[in-house]
Design a protein around this ligand. Structure first.
Ligand SMILES: Cc1cc2nc3c(=O)[nH]c(=O)nc-3n(C[C@H](O)[C@H](O)[C@H](O)COP(=O)(O)OP(=O)(O)OC[C@H]3O[C@@H](n4cnc5c(N)ncnc54)[C@H](O)[C@@H]3O)c2cc1C
Length: 425
């Protein structure tokens, strides 16, 4: 069906930081016309640009400066150049060397999104559709994206960047053999419920347990601290802290592997997996590294039977348990032309995609016409995106979407897809 009316190159589902990444990467590389001339429909029911970050009650895990780096290298004539002097930009720039509240980051991303939106609206082959995607049909020769109002958009490929949702089954998940949440499911919440202002805030009192060691986990520790009597953090592997260099990590007394924990591209320690900002400070204090104040939480690393017992006791005694095990992609329903569903594979770190962002289904087939990435479906670190070898989760972050990951997706989009779905450079 798509070949009959194949007027669009791509439908972008979602208009958050991940979806905007390839457009910004194209502008930085001088390839914007190449991309827009292919024809794009961007389908987003809300504001274009900030995505979920507009709703998080926490500070950024990145410094303010990297959010503004997307403006570097764009010529003065580019529409992006006008962003340099806006009040939203100046406010964020004042936090260049600090971790700004996300409420300061979001207005800048909204302005950035408005520029992208205007660019698309002004291009004869592009359009912005202020609706939600209701379904995606995958045919041999293209895709048909149906919006909430029933509008059908036919394209060669679709970019699915509709954010994330809690990994399914989080409330009853196993943490390690012999330790699972099933018996405690009535008091388990996902970290999203505390961080995302769109969700009703769960009641907090008494003893709290946070499961996980990520930014989300430590952000929840910060949010719980004023209310909870006692916080225990149950984690599996050692806490990973970010440092600008091995020397900085050594000076802080932080133990790390000089090969596996160091990014070969830029020499950072725990570049992707390392805690930054407030999460870094809280975890440092919990690890009792030199010069830190009172520990904000008791740590239980479940690596031996004694720790397992302590973890079981903490779970049983807890009034509230917060699971911070991450997200899977919030994909719209996808089906083939004959109605057969295309079910995405989901692993412990989220929805499975290839290094190029091709969605992988439960049968292990990668679909080049369905590009998926962003929260819950980050690309695995590769030579192109760098990262410490010990990092096994997903590369995820605004800077990456606008730079390395945006560049990978852009290259993918500017490849040709034949009618059999194979990609040719
Ligand atoms: C708690 C938390 C804090 C984070 N902090 C940072 C940080 O400080 N710095 C950083 O660089 N990264 C951070 N990240 C990581 C990542 O950069 C953000 O999660 C980012 O918002 C991901 O962008 P996204 O576009 O994938 O998803 P989202 O931001 O969730 O955007 C998805 C977009 O898709 C739209 N959408 C949803 N469903 C549909 C549909 N059916 N049809 C059409 N559109 C749809 C939504 O309206 C939304 O605009 C954080 C992540 C989390 C979870």
């Amino acid at each position: 069906m798509p070949s009959a009316d194949n007027s669009l190159g791509f439908v972008f589902c979602g208009g958050g930081p991940a979806a905007l990444g390839p457009v910004i990467a194209a502008a930085r590389k001088g390839r914007l016309d190449d991309l827009l001339d292919r024809g794009i429909a961007l389908v987003e029911p809300g504001p274009i640009g900030p995505g979920g970050l507009a709703h998080y009650r926490i500070s950024a895990n990145s410094l303010g400066g990297p959010f503004l780096e997307c403006l570097d290298g764009l010529s003065d004539s580019a529409p992006f150049a006008a962003l340099r002097d806006l009040p939203e930009t100046r406010r964020l720039r004042a936090h260049s060397d600090e971790h700004p509240p996300l409420s300061v980051v979001a207005p800048f991303l909204t302005r950035l999104g408005a520029v992208v939106s205007d660019l698309l609206a002004a291009h004869p082959r592009c359009t912005v559709v202020p609706e939600a995607v209701a379904a995606i049909e995958l045919a041999d020769d293209g895709v048909v994206v149906t919006t909430g109002s029933g509008r059908e958009l036919t394209a060669e490929r679709t970019v699915i960047a509709t954010g994330g949702r809690p990994l399914s089954g989080f409330g009853t998940a196993g943490i390690v053999p012999g330790l699972d949440l099933l018996p405690h499911r009535d008091k388990v919440w996902h970290s999203e419920s505390f961080i995302d202002a769109r969700k009703p805030l769960p009641p907090v009192r008494g003893k709290a347990v946070v499961v996980g060691g990520s930014h989300s986990a430590w952000s929840v520790v910060h949010l719980l601290a004023p209310e909870a009597d006692e916080i225990t953090v149950i984690h599996r592997s050692g806490l990973r802290l970010f440092y600008n260099s091995p020397d900085e990590a050594r000076a802080d007394g932080y133990p790390f592997d000089p090969v596996l924990d160091v990014c070969p591209t830029n020499g950072r320690v725990n570049r992707y997996g390392g805690l930054r900002g407030r999460a870094h400070e809280l975890a440092r204090a919990a690890l009792r590294l030199p010069g830190t104040g009172p520990a904000p939480a008791r740590l239980v690393q479940v690596t031996d039977p004694a720790a397992l017992e302590a973890a079981q006791r903490a779970l049983a005694e807890a009034d509230v348990i917060v699971m911070a095990n991450g997200f899977e992609a919030n994909l719209p329903p996808i089906h083939r032309t004959d109605g057969t569903p295309v079910s995405a594979a989901v692993g412990p770190t989220g929805t499975v995609v290839t290094a190029q962002g091709h969605l992988v289904d439960v049968h292990g087939t990668a679909h080049p016409r369905l590009l998926a990435y962003g929260l819950g479906a980050g690309l695995a670190p590769s030579a192109e995106v760098g990262g410490e070898p010990s990092y096994t989760r997903r590369a995820d972050g605004v800077w990456l979407y606008q730079h390395d990951i945006g560049g990978i997706v852009l290259d993918e989009l500017l490849h040709n897809v034949t009618t059999t779905g194979e990609i040719h450079a």
